[in-house]
Design a protein around this ligand. Structure first.
Ligand code: PMP
Length: 422
């Protein structure tokens, strides 16, 4: 089954001349599944998208997570349209922003105060600055395979051999900056304790996704997050939960509610902006109170709290508060999990986020995930696309079921997956 995608190919030719790699964000180029050009998407409705050539796909990417209500949900479109008619940006406080702050703080119990920003990267970068200011310390601990946006301090990977200091994972990140970022394997509490022993007095924050989503989905094992909480209590470091994916996805109160742990600072993104550019960070009032203008830690943004994005976020949260919403997500995600399970494939799922690893399993760390058969995944991706099923073009991403996905879309996915034999 060959897809006709000549318009995407043509558009990409020009895009490559005008934009590096033809894209605004690297993974979109679909290179990691070996495609020569990505699909240009033209339209979405509910659980489906159409490309520039008019091909229809069941969409399990959903803009990488924000669209938990599906594409162009009428309530979200109406809220954004109404807000746009009143003015697209003020750079001044608005009532919409206050309403979303109220909703977000009510949803996540550890959030006493919140500040809105425009991307997950910005949320994490700001939370890190705040944690460093609050503790008067410089070092961070993150986990291999964790992604927290592209700010310098978070683009660090594990140093080699006995060195525990991070090294830059991209040119342009100064070695001195990366050296303040320590890296452990996810779910390896013994390694975290060893780092705490050695660097505890210098540790400003431990930053973690409560369910890892950027090495593919890897759940925190029982005791891991609690262990991080204890290490933070012992060292005085702040526990920063990056809930940019998990927030409002694995439960209305995110990973913290589902897994019963409490962060000092929390980063939110994606769903909180309902598909428009908004993100947030928040937490303990005594820590958040250090932010300017209340305190002395600088952080700002022209479009922060943008009224269109606040309206989209509010409408999306309201949809999620409808009775049964999370039961429906769980049911769709569970059916999708069953659809993807096959010999030699390990499906990790927590609520409405899941990954089918081409790996016999178990997959409990980045080292495990990295052992997946990515060439086979690339063949699977092409196979699914040719059958009208669009999944993220990388083994190390999550499928994102939404409230808009219908049983027939899960069935189409199951039928396509069952035909894959390579
Ligand atoms: N943190 C996590 C856990 C993420 O998954 C992402 C993006 N996928 C980010 C931070 C960065 O968010 P953004 O792309 O909005 O900058």
């Amino acid at each position: 089954m060959a897809l006709v995608t000549s318009k995407s190919a043509r558009l990409f030719e020009e895009a490559r001349r005008l934009m590096p790699g033809g894209v605004s964000s690297p993974v979109r180029a679909m290179r990691s599944v070996g495609r020569e050009y990505p699909l240009f998407l033209a339209r979405g409705a509910g659980g489906e998208v159409w490309d520039a050539d008019g091909n229809r796909y069941v969409d399990w990417v959903q803009s990488w997570g924000p669209l938990i209500a599906g594409h162009a949900h009428p309530d979200v479109v109406a809220a954004v349209t109404a807000a746009a008619g009143r003015g697209t940006s003020f750079g001044a406080p608005t009532e919409l922003e206050l309403e979303l702050a109220r909703a977000v703080c009510a949803a996540v119990p550890s959030l006493e105060q919140v500040r809105f920003v425009s991307s997950g990267t910005e949320a994490v970068m700001s939370a890190v600055r705040l944690a460093r200011a609050h503790t008067g310390r410089a070092k961070l601990l993150k986990f291999a395979g964790g992604y927290h946006g592209h700010a310098d301090a978070l683009l660090a990977q594990a140093g080699s051999g006995l060195a525990t200091l991070g090294i830059p994972s991209s040119p342009g990140v100064p070695a001195a900056v990366a050296a303040d970022t320590l890296v452990c394997e996810y779910n390896d509490l013994a390694a975290v304790r060893a780092i705490a022993e050695r660097h505890g007095d210098d540790l400003a924050a431990v930053i973690v996704e409560p369910v890892a989503g950027n090495m593919g989905v890897v759940p925190a094992e029982p005791g891991f997050l609690e262990g991080l909480r204890t290490v933070c209590n012992g060292t005085g470091a702040l526990l920063v939960m990056d809930e940019v994916i998990t927030g409002f996805r694995v439960g209305y109160g995110g990973g913290q509610e589902r897994l019963a742990v409490r962060a000092d600072l929390t980063c939110l993104g994606k769903i909180v902006g309902g598909g428009l550019p908004a993100a947030a960070f928040g937490g303990r009032a005594d820590v958040m109170g250090r932010l300017a203008p209340e305190g002395d830690v600088y952080q700002a943004g022209t479009l922060s709290g943008n009224p269109l994005a606040m309206a989209a976020g509010l409408a999306t949260l309201e949809i999620l508060r409808a009775p049964g919403a999370y039961d429906k997500l769980e049911a769709t995600a569970g059916a999708l999990e069953t659809a993807l399970r096959r010999p030699g494939v390990t499906v990790n799922r927590v609520g409405a986020m899941l990954t089918a690893f081409f790996h016999p399993g178990p997959v409990r760390s980045f080292a495990d995930a990295a052992g997946s058969d990515t060439a086979r995944f690339a063949r699977f991706h092409a196979h699914m696309l040719a059958r009208g099923v669009y999944i993220a073009p990388s083994q190390f991403e999550a499928l994102m079921p939404s409230l808009a996905h219908m049983p027939d879309q899960v069935e189409q996915t199951a039928a396509a997956a069952a035909e894959f034999s390579e």
